[in-house]
Every structure is written in structure tokens, then in C-alpha cells.
Design a protein around this ligand. Structure first.
Ligand code: C2O
Ligand code: CU
Ligand code: CU
Length: 488
């Protein structure tokens, strides 16, 4: 097998030389697009979800800059209806960026700006938000900052932050839930010098794992019903149903992103073996965490390193979902271990220095609730109103926020734009070890109360939002807006 050394020097060259080879190195086309505009799904007979682990996983295509200047890479993302082959032999209408389901991966480098020229051919308004990005309010793709059908606009990303697994997705208010469900989401991987210097698995051994669930109609179409958690019984990895992935017997870095509308995943290996978690939402952890599972609510990311060299060639190891209560949805992805290869990558004992926890100058409370009867979502008893500023913070402020899930059965989580935070406590007890790092999204289970220390980037002022990232909930009002005051 032609597996080279993916770490060390090869890794650095892989990053620096990537612009030259972008788009050529991807291991396959995620959810291969097989046609033009969406008409209907393939009508012939009943579309069947294949048995688990019978289709190969795809690595999402990498976006290729349309133009690069001394300090910026320009991309063009066209959002439009497309047809994807998600189930084998079945044409499924989706909404896609550049025809890819999920959207193409953008690889960015700290210090180099990214400009995304976004074109809307959806026939409905849209916005594109860079989740986890430290960007100005104008470039944040907020829920009311709509790009009308037939129009386009540019989003500017400074990439002034540390290396992290970010993602971009639709955020048009009330439409985001269905738009994300139908495919408008993709990974945005930000690299920096410190991270590259560590020698972590890189290049084709650094693989996005975009998780979500879906419900397919008999005709192979994606069925969208709000709050349809029970109906969404097919697990997709990078746009493929419960695929298998051939791996070399060496270390891999997986960027696990929960891009589902509602489903929480707890990734673990079927063998019960340990693996390493190396990053949370907003970048590398202080040190690798040895763990057997990582829970992720929608919007959360975890980078993990799995070393397949401990398995004999031919062994199969399933990445499974420890939260699943059904055999049909508990297998996410099967790793088929192939030949042993030389592996120069490593996972150092120290990964990053996290900024010191600074004292807070304000305390706030956010009570999340959902009215079961109307399906309306509230934060502190109020539904989102774009004309209302819920509170104002000082530029560059550090605050302690307490997030409370008032529902006794319904799961929520919490995401804030621009800022990052550290989890301080869960119900007064310690946070989970898997969330001990920089975060921007945190799970808040029924009845739970979570304390976080939020730090706002001093460079930005203006209006941003926060919301439950169960997008079926934010679409129904579980969202608020704050203003960062100070001379801009
Ligand atoms: Cu992932 Cu407000 O978004
Ligand atoms: Cu966000
Ligand atoms: Cu919620």
C-alpha cells in the first residue's frame, strides 16, 4: 500500500504546499454529486439504506482557492440545489455548496486571510456563518444578514486565532434548520505554526469526520420534519451512510464534528480501547486526554488521535455512538485496518498553552426552555427578536455565564458567536475531562446547570448572537442577541 510518512517534514510540506495541490489530494468525493439541479429523487422502487459498513467512507473534497494573493486566499462557494448519491444508486436532492454534500473543506492558515465569495442560487435567502470564527459582525453571517436569492457577497475571515476545527453553515433565521439538514454545512480547518511543529498526523492522515443523521423517504429524498429526532435514523459520515474506512496501521487524526440538527453523539471504539483527544472546539488542549469516549452535542468538535498500529492487519474496529439506544444507529463508522506502515507522526505530552482564566467582571444567567405544546424556544422566557438587544458587554470583557436547561426531558446546548469560553462546572461539580479546553458550544442536559467563563475578543464590537445549537430549537426562537460596546 502506498502510505507514506504523513508526519514531521512531510506534514509541514503538506500544509505549506497545500495551495498548489488543493483539491487533488482528497481521498474521494463526499456524497458524490451525480447530477445537476434537484428535480425529484430517483423514483424507481424503494430507496434502501444499505446495511451498515457496506459503502466506503469519503473524505470531503477540499475547496480550491480561485485566487491567492500575498496574504489572502479567495474562495467561491455557490449554494444551490444539487443531487447527491448518498445511498448507493439513489439520487437524492440536496442543497450543496459547490455541489458537494457536505460542503468542501476549507483549509486555512493562521495569519493568512480567507475571503469567501458566496453566491446564493438556492431560491431562498441564506447566510453563511463561520462557527467558531473570530470575525467582525458584518462577516459573521448573522441570522438577519441575509443574502437574497440570485445575490452574492464576500465574507472576510482574519484567521487571527489559534489552530482549530471550525465549520461553516447556513444561519438564515427560521430556514437554518432545514438548510443545514439538506446539506449546507462544511468543515473549515485552521492550521498554525505551533500546531504544525508538533508533528501530529497530518495530510491525508488528518481527516474530517462530519457526523449527522437523516431521514430518507421511499423515493430517496431527504425528509425534513422539524423536531423529527425519532425519524432521523440513518447516520451519515461525510455524507455516506454508516460507511467503512480503510486505514493504515498507524496514527490518524480525526476532526470529529457533530453537524447534526439535534442528535448527540458519544464516540467510542467498539473494542472499548482508549484513544487520545487532542482538541476541543477552539483548538488544542493543554495535553492529550486518554479516554474511551467523547460526547458531542450539535456544533461541538473534538479532534481525536487513534493509533491503529496496535491492531493486526485485517482487524475491524467500529466507531460507535454510546448514546444510541437502537442497534440501527449505534454503529457510526467501521475502520478496516490494512497494512502496517512507518509512522513518523507523534502526539507530544504538551500540546498548547491555554490563556489564563481571567477574573470575570459580570455574571449572567441564561435559562433555556422549550414549550412542548407550541414548539417555541425561549432564553430567559423570551424568543429571539432581531430588533432587541438582550444585553450589552464591554469590548474585550471576561464574564461568567450560567446556562440552565429548564426542561426535564429535552436536551439543549449553548453556543455563543465570536467569544470562546472555558467550562467551569456542571451542576457545581467538575466539567467533563473532554471539555477541558477552549470551547464555543457546550451541552446542557435536562435539568442541568453549566457555568462557563467567556472571553470576548478585544478587536470586535457590534452585535452578535447566542443560541441553542439544536438548530431545530434556534429556528423556533431559542436565540438571543448581545451588543459589544466600545469605540469600534
Ligand atoms: Cu454554528 Cu450560530 O452557529
Ligand atoms: Cu457560531
Ligand atoms: Cu435546545
Amino acid at each position: 500500500m502506498g502510505w507514506g510518512c504523513g508526519g514531521g517534514l512531510a506534514g509541514i510540506v503538506g500544509i505549506l504546499g497545500r495551495r498548489a495541490v488543493l483539491g487533488l489530494v482528497a481521498g474521494g468525493l463526499a456524497g458524490r454529486v451525480v447530477g445537476g439541479a434537484a428535480s425529484g429523487a430517483s423514483g424507481a422502487g424503494r430507496a434502501r439504506v444499505p446495511p451498515p459498513f457496506s459503502v466506503p467512507m469519503a473524505v470531503p473534497v477540499e475547496a480550491r482557492p480561485v485566487r491567492s494573493t500575498r496574504d489572502a486566499d479567495h474562495y467561491r462557494l455557490v449554494a444551490a440545489p444539487a443531487v447527491a448519491e448518498i445511498l448507493p444508486g439513489v439520487r437524492t436532492p440536496v442543497l450543496a455548496y459547490n455541489g458537494a454534500f457536505p460542503g468542501p473543506t476549507i483549509r486555512a492558515r493562521a495569519g493568512r486571510r480567507v475571503v469567501v465569495e458566496h453566491v446564493n442560487h438556492l431560491g431562498e435567502p441564506t447566510t453563511v456563518h463561520l462557527h467558531g470564527g473570530e470575525v467582525s459582525p458584518e462577516d459573521d453571517g448573522g441570522p438577519m444578514d441575509l443574502v437574497e436569492p440570485g445575490r452574492g457577497r464576500r465574507y472576510h475571515y482574519a484567521n487571527g486565532q489559534r489552530a482549530a476545527t471550525l465549520w461553516y453553515h447556513d444561519h438564515a433565521h427560521h430556514l437554518e434548520s432545514e438548510h443545514v439538514y439538506r446539506g449546507l454545512a462544511g468543515a473549515y480547518l485552521l492550521h498554525d505554526e505551533c500546531e504544525v511543529g508538533l508533528g501530529l498526523p497530518s495530510g491525508r492522515f488528518d481527516v474530517p469526520i462530519v457526523l449527522r443523521d437523516a431521514r430518507f423517504g421511499d423515493d430517496g429524498s431527504l425528509v425534513y420534519i422539524p423536531e423529527d429526532f425519532r425519524g432521523r435514523n440513518t447516520i451519515l459520515v461525510n455524507g455516506r451512510p454508516q460507511p467503512y474506512f480503510r486505514v493504515a496501521a498507524r496514527k490518524y487524526r480525526f476532526r470529529v464534528l457533530n453537524a447534526a440538527n439535534m442528535r448527540f453523539f458519544k464516540v467510542e471504539l467498539s473494542t472499548g480501547d482508549h484513544f487520545l483527544q487532542i482538541a476541543t472546539d477552539r483548538g488544542l488542549m493543554r495535553a492529550p486526554l486518554t479516554t474511551t469516549s467523547v460526547p458531542l452535542s450539535p456544533g461541538e468538535r473534538a479532534d481525536i488521535v487513534v493509533d491503529f498500529s496496535r491492531y493486526a492487519p485485517g482487524q475491524r474496529v467500529v466507531l460507535r455512538d454510546g448514546f444510541s439506544t437502537r442497534p440501527s444507529t449505534d454503529g457510526i463508522l467501521r475502520f478496516d485496518v490494512c497494512g502496517r506502515v512507518r509512522d513518523c507522526s507523534r502526539v507530544p505530552e504538551r500540546l498548547a498553552i491555554l490563556p489564563a482564566l481571567r477574573p470575570a467582571t459580570a455574571d449572567r444567567e441564561f435559562r433555556l426552555s422549550m414549550d412542548k405544546k407550541t414548539g417555541m424556544g425561549f432564553i430567559n422566557g423570551r424568543a429571539y427578536d432581531s430588533g432587541r438587544i438582550d444585553f450589552t458587554v464591554e469590548r474585550g470583557a471576561v464574564e461568567t455565564w450560567r446556562i440552565v436547561n429548564e426542561n426535564q426531558v429535552i436536551q439543549h446546548n449553548f453556543h455563543v458567536h465570536l467569544a470562546d469560553f472555558r467550562v467551569l462546572d456542571r451542576n457545581g461539580g467538575p466539567p467533563m475531562p473532554t471539555e477541558d479546553g477552549l470551547k464555543d458550544t457546550v451541552m446542557v442536559r435536562p435539568g442541568e446547570s453549566v457555568g462557563v467563563r467567556v472571553a470576548f475578543h478585544p478587536a470586535y464590537t457590534g452585535d452578535y448572537i447566542y443560541h441553542c445549537h439544536i438548530v431545530d430549537h434556534s429556528a423556533m426562537g431559542m436565540m438571543g442577541q448581545f451588543r459589544i460596546a466600545g469605540r469600534g
